[in-house]
Design a protein around this ligand. Structure first.
Ligand code: TXA
Ligand code: MG
Length: 349
C-alpha cells in the first residue's frame, strides 16, 4: 500500500473529505490532534478497528481512545454518564482530557479490548474536529506509532513508523502539547487518574477532590526487583534510555560523568537535556538535544518525543536524560521518561 502525506489546514476541505470517506469505508487515516498524531478508524466498525491493531502491531488487550467532535456526541459512545463527567467536560473539552466511562453497545467491543468501559475525548485540534465532523462517526485512535515506540508529534514521525501500512496521513505540522492526553477513569466509586498528560492533576483535583492517582510503575527506591512487571516498557526510543534523577547540580555532574564513562567503554552516547544543563556538558563531543528551559515545561513536553527520535536517528546506543520536577506538566514528562527508561533510573542524590 502506498502511504500519501497531504499537507492540510482548516481550508483543506477536499483532503479532509477524502480522509472522512476513507474512515467511513473502514480504512485508516493518521491525523493531527493537539497532543500527538492519532491513527483513526471508524469506532462503530470492528473490522476497521482491528486494522489499527494490525498496523501498529498492538496487542488486542490494549484498548483505544474514541474521539468525538462535540460533547453532544458523548451519548453515542458512553452510557450512565456521571455528574463528574459533565463537570470535567465543561472545564476541559475540547482538550487533552480522556474520560473512561461505561461503553455504549454500538461502539465496537475490540475498540475497548472487550472491556465494558470506553475511553473518550473531544480533541481541540481544528483538523481533528473537521475530520470528525466530516466522517460523522466516532473515531477510535491510538497514537499513530508502532506499538511501544515513542508517540508521533509530526507527520514525518508517523510516516517513519507506518509507511506502506496506511493510505493517508494528514499533515498539519508539529503538535502543540507533545504528550498524550490525561486519562481519568470515572467508572469506579471514586475517580482515578490513570495517565498524567496535557491536563494537570492539580486542575483536575480542584474539581474532583477524591481523585486517586494510580501509580503505573515502581521506582528503584520502591523495590522494583520485587515487581518487575510494573516497569512496563512503553513510549521507548530504540536506544537504551538512562534517566538521571536528583537535584539539578548533581544531575549535571552525573550527566557529564556517566557520558564520559560510557564513552570510555566504547558506547555511543546521546544527551537529552535542558537549556540550563548546557554548560555542564559543553566539553563532550556527543549528539545533544536541548529541549528548552526548565522554566518552560510546555516547550520541554512539546519537544520530548521528537528529541528521542532525533537522538535515535544519530545511531546512539544510550541516551542519558535528565529528570523534571513532578508537578504540573512535569508529572506527565517524568511519567513518559520513566516508562521510556524501562528501569534504567539512576538516583544521583
Ligand atoms: O492524546 C491522546 O490520548 C492520543 C491522541 C491520539 O488522542 N491517543 C493516545 O492513545 O494516546 P493510546 O492508544 O496511545 O493510549 C490509549 C490508552 C491505552 O493504552 C489505555 O491505557 C487507555 O488509553 N485506555 C483506553 N481505553 C481504556 C479503558 N476502557 N479503560 C482504561 N484505560 C483505557
Ligand atoms: Mg500510544
Amino acid at each position: 500500500m502506498q502511504t500519501r502525506v497531504v499537507a492540510v489546514d482548516e481550508t483543506s476541505t477536499e483532503a479532509i473529505n477524502e480522509a472522512a470517506r476513507l474512515i467511513r469505508s473502514g480504512q485508516l487515516v493518521a491525523f493531527p490532534t493537539e497532543t500527538v498524531y492519532g491513527l483513526g478508524a471508524n469506532a462503530l466498525d470492528s473490522a476497521a478497528a482491528n486494522r489499527i491493531f494490525e498496523a501498529k502491531g498492538r496487542p488486542a488487550n490494549d484498548p483505544l481512545i474514541v474521539h468525538i467532535s462535540s460533547p453532544d456526541c458523548l451519548v453515542e459512545v458512553a452510557t450512565d454518564i456521571p455528574e463528574s463527567a459533565h463537570k470535567l467536560i465543561a472545564a476541559f473539552w475540547p482538550g487533552p482530557l480522556t474520560l473512561v466511562l461505561k461503553r455504549q453497545e454500538q461502539i465496537a467491543s475490540v475498540v475497548s479490548a472487550g472491556l465494558p468501559t470506553v475511553a473518550v475525548r473531544m480533541p481541540a485540534h481544528p483538523i481533528a474536529l473537521a475530520l470528525l465532523k466530516a466522517a460523522n462517526v466516532p473515531i477510535a485512535a491510538p497514537s499513530a506509532n508502532l506499538f511501544a515506540h515513542t508517540s508521533p508529534t509530526t507527520a514525518a514521525h508517523v510516516l517513519s513508523d507506518l509507511d506502506g501500512k496506511i493510505p493517508l496521513i494528514l499533515d498539519a505540522g508539529p503538535t502543540q502539547v507533545g504528550l498524550e492526553s490525561t486519562i481519568v477513569d470515572l467508572t469506579g466509586d471514586h475517580p482515578r487518574l490513570l495517565r498524567p498528560g496535557g491536563v494537570n492533576r492539580d486542575a483536575l483535583a480542584r474539581l474532583l477532590p477524591d481523585l486517586e492517582v494510580v501509580t503505573r510503575y515502581v521506582l528503584p527506591e520502591e523495590n522494583a526487583v520485587e515487581a518487575p512487571g510494573m516497569l512496563l516498557k512503553h513510549y521507548s526510543p530504540r536506544a537504551e534510555l538512562h534517566l538521571l534523577d536528583g537535584t539539578d547540580a548533581k544531575v549535571r555532574l552525573a550527566l557529564a560523568k556517566s557520558a564520559a564513562e560510557l564513552m570510555a567503554q566504547g558506547k555511543h552516547v546521546g544527551l537529552l537535556i535542558a537549556e540550563e544543563d548546557r554548560t555542564a556538558i559543553a566539553h563532550l563531543a556527543v549528539p545533544i538535544v536541548v529541549l528548552g528551559s526548565l522554566n518552560n515545561l510546555q516547550q520541554i513536553a512539546q519537544g520530548l518525543y521528537g528529541g528521542l527520535r532525533a537522538l535515535d536517528d544519530t545511531g546512539v546506543d544510550i541516551i542519558l536524560a535528565r529528570d523534571y520536577p513532578a508537578d504540573g506538566l512535569g508529572l506527565a514528562i517524568r511519567d513518559r521518561l520513566i516508562r521510556a527508561a524501562h528501569g534504567h533510573i539512576q538516583l544521583v542524590d
